[in-house]
Design a protein around this ligand. Sequence first.
Ligand SMILES: Cc1ncc(COP(=O)(O)O)c(C=O)c1O
Length: 396
Amino acid sequence: MIPKADRLQQVQEYYFSRKLREVRQLAAEGHPVINMGIGSPDLAPSAQVLQTLKEAVEDAGAHQYQSYQGLPELRRTIADFYDQKFEVALDPETEVLPLMGSKEGIMHISMAFLNPGDRALIPNPGYPTYESVTRLVGAEPLIYNLTEEQGWFPDLEALEAQGLDGVKLMWVSYPHMPTGATADASQFKELIAFARRNHILVVNDNPYSFVLTHRPLSILATPEARGHVLELNSLSKTFNMAGWRVGMLLGEAQLLKAVLQVKSNMDSGMFYGIQKGAVAALKSGQSWFEHLDATYRRRRAGVFQIADRLGCSYDHKAVGMFVWARLPEGSPDSETYIDQLLHEKHLFVAPGTVFGSQGAGYIRFSLCVKDGDIKEALKRLEPVRRPAAMIKNPEG
Ligand SMILES: Cc1ncc(COP(=O)(O)O)c(C=O)c1O
């Protein structure tokens, strides 16, 4: 047996990779499992995007290696998109880097800025990849706790008081996954002031900026952001293109240059057709965003009813692709709770603890579930009505 690299001692198989095997097994045994666990958009990209991809495969040069930095047209379109949607002006030549999904950006950024032994601030609860990638590059995660009472925003004073020796990077993600909490312009300003005082690079991972948000916000719109901030964004959720793997990194030229140094040694450009499709998606008109909003709003109303039926509480104003719900008092721990739901009602929901210990006592519903399945889930949770005769004469 060839021994694995030491770095693999630091990470485990992703929770969903493990759990979905169990879910598939139940389905294979004939149980009608409704998957409300993962945030993989089930809706299609726009017809325009699909048509553009089809036509692009016939273009001259479509099947050759592409530029490490993406097509100039894609970078220009991303810059225009950021200008129109977030009022952030970016130089498409130097301040925009297309990625194959924002997830790969987490690895590239970590490789570009973290030395073994450096520390990175990681939110709890948060997207598990920040911590695993930090460990894979030999750096040390410094977990910061988020709480419902503080609106899932970090207590920056407490972090400074605790000491930030060796901290080089801070991961934030607003709108926040899994809680759906948002940060406003003044909170972004606080984060940037914190980063500047402590010489930390803040990265806002922003893939949910268009899901049920009233107004999309970018941390880069804060005037003081230059030099200390990067933002990741993605087409996965905004345009139902998760499998296409298109993301983007935005920020100051010198920072992006370092990331490109890593990336250009790891891949050889993104498929031309995908880039052309991405351009078409980014040019989508207002009706696309309205359609997305209406769909998730309707689904969320159904999921709120499911949460009500389970006796959970939640924030009506939270945004994003999930409903983060607090379990009723006296419930078992969230992993036991979701196992009971899975085995008794055949509903798969993510336990809050997948996202860190601060997720204890919470569960996360995905909105990537068809209306019919939401209805069916509600039906499975209907209170059991005893026959009238039994109620009249319980002993009989
Ligand atoms: C917070 C967060 N960041 C990044 C990603 C990865 O997105 P992408 O598909 O762009 O790699 C996800 C996906 O679920 C996510 O929830």
